[in-house]
Design a protein around this ligand. Structure first.
Ligand SMILES: C[S@@+](CC[C@H](N)C(=O)[O-])C[C@H]1O[C@@H](n2cnc3c(N)ncnc32)[C@H](O)[C@@H]1O
Length: 752
């Protein structure tokens, strides 16, 4: 939704076809055991040489000049679900090309440093001293952790059911797409051959040595290493007290590594909170907070506070979690403070809770599941304010200088679905994989999301570790992710360039993902950082399905709209689309011709307003149903153009007439809005129309025109502008500063 899909652009199609050709050529060798594998030494030399060249390139090229990275997703394959003890060891020389070696595993040792391209890469050997390149995908983000720490020289790993393939450079290598297919092996593991045995110095270390090394790793902010060190210390025979101290130390390292499930488990607070020491309660509270389990977090922190009433951090944390609970329960947010936070650079992942209004997920006929109201809501009501499950801010400069939290923009090519997008989706997939890998308690909610025809494995855990299927994550991201601006407000205040029309930031919001598409939508989404807000754009009765746009409709070509929805695998059957489908081709053709004439008239150096109005009326007459039933979206932009023209010319009578007609074409039904109306009917929006962009502007122009013609209607027009603002921007605390004050002070506020 709102992502930059380049699948139909020529340049990218050529790239896709080239990749497909390479894949086909590689497939021709499927099942072969290559005779021309490089020697270990040649592989190492080549790898080191490449590293050196890459380093020089990085030193000598400005970040902005570097090429946009591409990520190619291979045809999907399932993760290994076999317990390790059921797999048989195999060796490099027995590997067959383009084959997933089901039932087998490889034991490998890294013999080089590792490098990060789109994957973490290193040269690995097996115990027979054969070597090959290993490519690990979906590993930690480089901002969190250097590549060299993910796979260090001499690290020993097992690759379950390895996938041996021809790589982009024609060499042979292993590709690991599923993080759960890689198992790290301790040097003292009985499977490790004698020649790779641990160093004597490591064997001599005591539990205390490992504990001290863990503490040092924490100080050096090498939290992944601290976890390893404390884990090794815990393998020694230890007293209950020592065990608890080590686990609490490890809980801290886990927290820093964003492994909140494991941190929580190490505190043992969920099983015996009453006996837990302060440090355990503090760390458990932190883990629960990060997992969004605010109510449990409050319970733990209350216990901590009761035990240590003078503990300042406990008091502060308790206050913080109570704020989250307030947001979660009431949907009341301090938007002024949030907007202030947003103005900080770098953009933040906001510290706020999710509010779910009166909605429930239910079956939607012909659409799978959908989100339905559980009670009636009014136009402008907040339905959802959802914190992203995962979110990637685009780094416009491409150099990570803007913010540590930013992601580089890259091209994501899915060879299997032929879909190509530009943005941060590639990073988003990695982010989701890592979040789930580190916190398996989050798996069920995410994996429940729509994944089309993809058939995942039905095993969730093996050997005590979660199974994470990268291709399932990719499918879910592809069908459920939202492209988004940094904030909808920022979009209102800037002139959007052609390139910026496509949002490069993106995220996954689980609840919002249940909302199906309709061009005739009844809710609209907006963004404030990584919060997605959904507001009702009209009065919605109870038990009604909520819908918004996946692609913004413009009432133009019906087939083109359906083509844009193709990725999601459905045809829209809203009243607008059904009407277009049923309208005779001859009428559609006439409408198209008139629309072409109208565009020419609108683009003329001097606007012939009479002609434009005539053409609008002629297009209007090609519709069978009134716009209150089937909105005539194609007329919105021309009306807007006329409203602006008449506002500039200070013709309030015309502004009112055209603004009301414009709103009418979107499906609005408004009573008592004509200044000349002497019937005494009070102003009322009987029906809200489709909430297209610039509806706020139309209301503001109306307000300005009423100032001269019907001052008593000004306030009503301003209220409508404010409500439309809330629907489109997400809040109305900035309305006054953005538009309201200007609207009152100037006759024509939007022209300045
Ligand atoms: C983001 S999910 C929406 C929730 C989904 N219906 C579910 O069951 O989880 C997108 C998918 O919903 C379905 N969908 C959305 N809008 C639809 C519509 N108007 N008609 C039919 N299917 C629709 C399509 O299968 C689409 O790929």
């Amino acid at each position: 939704m709102d992502t930059y899909d380049v699948s139909s652009l020529d340049y990218y199609l050529k790239l896709l076809n080239k990749q497909k050709k390479n894949l086909k050529a590689a497939k021709a060798h499927q099942g072969e055991r290559p005779e021309d594998r490089m020697s270990q030494q040649d592989l190492v030399n080549g790898f080191e040489m490449h590293l050196a060249v890459q380093q020089i390139h990085e030193w000598t090229t400005a970040p902005t000049e570097r090429m946009m990275q591409s990520s190619f997703l291979p045809p999907p394959y399932l993760p290994s679900i076999a317990p390790l003890e059921e797999l048989k060891q195999t060796f490099i020389k027995d590997l067959r090309l383009e084959t997933h070696h089901r039932g087998a595993y490889l034991l490998l040792r890294s013999i080089t440093r590792s490098n990060r391209m789109t994957a973490i890469m290193a040269i690995m050997e097996d115990e027979r001293e054969d070597a090959l390149m290993l490519q690990l995908y979906q590993q930690d983000d480089k901002k969190d952790r250097p590549a060299t720490s993910i796979l260090k020289q001499n690290d020993i790993v097992i690759v379950k059911e390895p996938y041996f393939k021809v790589m982009a450079d024609g060499q042979y290598g292993l590709r690991v797409d599923h993080v759960s297919d890689l198992v790290r092996v301790e040097p003292c593991d009985k499977r490790v051959p004698g020649q790779w045995a641990p160093r004597i110095s490591d064997l001599d270390k005591t539990m205390d040595d490992w504990d001290v090394e863990g503490n040092e790793a924490i100080k050096a902010e090498q939290y992944w290493l601290a976890v390893q060190n404390y884990t090794t210390a815990l393998e020694f025979p230890v007293s209950i007290q020592e065990r608890m101290a080590l686990r609490l130390n490890r809980a801290l390292a886990y927290l820093k590594n964003e492994c909140f499930d494991a941190a929580l488990a190490d505190t043992e607070c969920l099983t015996s909170p009453l006996d837990a020491p302060g440090k355990a309660l503090e760390r458990a509270g932190q883990a629960l907070y990060e997992l969004g389990r605010f109510s449990e977090c409050q319970d733990i922190l209350t216990l901590l506070y009761e035990k240590y009433p003078n503990n300042i951090s406990a008091t502060m944390e308790l206050k913080r979690v109570r704020c989250r609970l307030g947001e979660q329960e009431s949907g009341t947010y301090d938007f002024k403070t949030i907007i202030d936070e947003m103005s900080k650079v770098p953009p933040l992942h906001l510290d706020h809770a999710t509010f779910v209004g009166p909605v429930a997920v239910k079956a939607s006929i012909g659409r799978g599941r959908g989100l339905f109201t559980t009670k009636a809501v009014k136009a402008g009501d907040l339905i959802l304010c959802e914190k992203a499950f995962a979110h990637c801010y685009a780094d416009p400069a491409g150099d990570h200088t803007v913010a540590a939290e930013c992601s580089a923009i890259s091209l994501l090519v899915n060879i299997h679905t032929n879909r190509m997008t530009i943005g941060t989706q590639s990073d988003l997939i990695t982010k989701v994989v890592q979040k789930l890998w580190r916190n398996p308690s989050l798996l069920p909610d995410f994996m429940e999301l729509h994944h089309g025809a993809y058939k995942p494995v039905d095993v969730t855990e093996v050997d005590g570790k979660p199974i994470i299927d990268t291709f399932l994550v990719e499918r879910i991201v592809s069908l459920n992710c939202f492209g988004c601006p940094t904030s909808s407000l920022k979009l209102l205040n800037t002139v959007v360039t052609e390139d910026e029309k496509f949002f490069h930031s993106c995220g996954v919001w689980i609840k919002a993902s249940y909302i199906n598409h309709s061009c005739l939508s009844n809710v609209r989404r907006s963004f404030i950082g990584d919060l997605q807000l959904i507001h009702a754009t009209c009065d919605i009765p109870a038990d009604t399905e909520l819908t918004f746009w996946y692609r913004v409709p413009d009432g133009g070509n019906h087939e083109e709209m359906q083509e844009e929805l193709k990725n999601w695998g459905f045809e829209c059957d809203c009243a607008i689309c059904l009407d277009a489908k049923k309208t005779p081709k001859k009428v559609l053709k006439r409408r198209d011709t008139l629309r072409g004439d109208l565009d020419t008239a609108l683009n003329a150096s001097e606007l012939d307003v009479a002609k434009v109005e005539r053409l609008i009326a002629a297009i209007g007459s090609t519709y069978k149903f009134p716009s209150s039933q089937v909105p005539q979206l194609t007329l919105w932009t021309p009306y807007l153009r006329l409203i602006r023209t008449y506002a500039t010319e200070n013709q309030p009578v015309k502004v009112v007439a055209l603004a009301l007609k414009g709103l009418e074409c979107l499906g609005f039904v408004i009573k008592g809005a004509h200044p000349s109306d002497s019937s005494g009917i009070p102003f009322e929006v009987v029906q809200w129309g489709v909430m297209m962009d610039y509806v706020i502007e139309a209301w503001i122009h109306l307000r300005a025109a009423y100032m001269t013609l019907a001052p008593h209607l000004c306030q009503r027009a301003e209220e409508c502008a404010r409500l439309a603002y809330k629907m489109c921007i997400g809040e109305d605390v900035t309305f006054e500063e953005s538009l309201g004050r200007k609207a009152r002070e100037e006759v024509n506020p939007l022209e300045t």
